[in-house]
Design a protein. Structure first.
Length: 67
C-alpha cells in the first residue's frame, strides 16, 4: 500500500518506457504519475498529449485567435 492509503500507485517511466511501482521506481525526473491503475500509467503519454492539445486550444481562444 502507498503512503497515501490509496493502494498501489503506478508510474510511467520515460527512461525505460515501462510501468513502475514504488517498489522499482526511477528518479522523479523520469516518471509520470502517480496513476491509479497500470492501464492508466501505460497510457500516460497519450494523456499528456491530449491535455497539451486542450491547453493549446484554450490558449488560442484566450488570446482571441479563434474569433
Amino acid at each position: 500500500m502507498s503512503d497515501s492509503g490509496r493502494g498501489t500507485e503506478y508510474y510511467w517511466c520515460t527512461r525505460h518506457h515501462r510501468v513502475e511501482t514504488q517498489a522499482d521506481i526511477c528518479p522523479a525526473m523520469y516518471v509520470l504519475g502517480p496513476f491509479g491503475s497500470k492501464s492508466d500509467a501505460e497510457n500516460a503519454l497519450q494523456s499528456v498529449q491530449e491535455r497539451n492539445e486542450a491547453w493549446d486550444e484554450e490558449d488560442r481562444r484566450w488570446a482571441g485567435e479563434e474569433r
